[in-house]
Write a protein that binds this ligand. Structure first.
Ligand code: NAD
Ligand code: ISE
Length: 339
């Protein structure tokens, strides 16, 4: 069986995922594309032999669409995801699931009323080989009980449109998701402090930021977010346990010795760093849809949790560094709660 996918939002990542679905993944084809920029929708649809449709609603209701991929702007995600749930179609939504906790909860409630999971959220780090190896080490007990996690998330530069709150909402949200999953624990409080700002950023931006999280089990996490670090795209993560530590590997790269120096290149963007993870993410999602099974990747509950925690981080940033308690609703049984 080939899964017929409709894509809402044919911008940068939408086009990259369309390429992935049509050229990399087996068992899927893109049959419909929509974008508020109709010319773009037509151009992208034509490229892959799909039909350009006028709106997200037309696409979701189309008989030629078995499953929906949402890659439009964040504030539009909730509407499309709710419409897909209403017609019972599987939906993959790029992060964020929604830009407010209230909208995330509406999605969780709609899915709960439907009775089974339909939604997967695009937190791709859970599919990265290095993070998966780290998860296996933690689960095996090889380093004992985890106590501390040190992380860094660095981008070379960001555009003028990037504002200080996006350090949590757009950037740290990936650590927030992957650390909840790695530790199988919930984040209970967050504090954001701002060291001396780099001179190499737009004047309005607080960069870098240090985010300090505590989990329900008392693990402490420090995360440096530095989105104008200049030198490259660099993701670091080290978990310290009672009996040892486990560190995320750097991407494999040849060592070059020349002109009296020895070095390796540093990647420049997230597309290069997480390209394989995106491929695995979509391969596993398509396999689940093909089998008529519930998706196994990040759920709408994970999307809700990430939004609540990033809201708390923004609140801390805006308060000048207060410790903010994360106020999350109880997790429903559909998402793994025991009661
Ligand atoms: P983009 O601006 O390049 O593309 C978004 C596209 O959606 C545009 O073509 C726009 O016209 C279209 N659009 C907006 N609202 C629409 C609507 N209601 N219906 C149809 N089309 C609509 O943005 P992007 O960089 O591709 O980001 C898209 C999403 O992907 C964002 O939510 C972003 O956070 C997420 N993203 C995730 C990652 C990741 O690492 N997982 C990386 C980058 C972006
Ligand atoms: C971007 O939206 C992403 O999702 C990238 O993974 C992240 O590294 C970057 O900081 C964000 O702006």
């Amino acid at each position: 069986m080939t899964v017929h996918i409709g894509v809402i939002g044919a911008g940068m990542i939408g086009q990259d995922h369309i390429r992935r679905l049509t050229e990399v993944i087996t068992g899927a084809t893109v049959t419909a594309v929509t974008d508020i920029d109709q010319a773009r929708a037509t151009e992208v649809a034509t490229r892959v032999g799909a039909t350009a449709l006028p709106t997200g609603s037309d696409l979701i209701h189309s008989p030629d669409v078995d499953a929906v991929l949402v890659t439009s702007w964040g504030p539009t995600h909730a509407e499309h995801v709710l419409n897909a749930i209403a017609v019972g179609k599987p939906v993959f939504c790029e992060k964020p699931l929604a830009t407010t906790a209230e909208d995330c909860l509406r999605i969780v409630e709609a899915e709960r009323a439907h009775g089974r999971r339909l939604v997967q959220v695009g937190f791709m780090r859970r599919f990265d080989v290095g993070y998966r190896q780290m998860k296996d080490v933690l689960t095996s007990g090889a380093i004992g009980t985890p106590l501390i996690v040190h992380c860094a998330h660095r981008n070379p530069t960001v555009p003028d449109s990037y504002v200080s709150a996006m350090a949590a909402q757009d950037t740290a949200v990936h650590e927030i998701d992957v650390l909840r999953w790695l530790l199988d624990d919930e984040i209970s409080s967050v504090q954001v402090i701002t060291p001396r700002a780099t001179g190499k950023r737009f004047g309005h931006l607080k960069d870098p930021q240090i985010m300090l999280f505590e989990t329900a089990n008392g693990v402490r996490i420090d995360l440096e977010v530095f989105v104008n670090c200049q030198y490259g795209y660099d993701i670091q993560c080290e978990t310290v346990g009672e009996d040892g530590l486990v560190r995320l590997p750097d991407p494999a790269a040849v060592g070059i010795r020349t002109a009296g120096r020895h070095g390796t290149a540093v990647l420049q963007d997230w597309k290069g760093r997480f390209g394989d993870a995106f491929d695995t993410e979509f391969g596993e999602w398509v396999a689940a849809v093909t089998a008529g099974a519930e998706p196994t990747g990040p759920s709408s509950w994970d999307g809700y949790a990430a939004t609540v925690i990033t809201d708390a981080a923004v609140q801390s940033l805006e308060s000048g560094g207060e410790v903010i308690t994360v106020d999350m609703k109880p997790r429903p049984v559909l998402y793994g709660a025991t009661s």
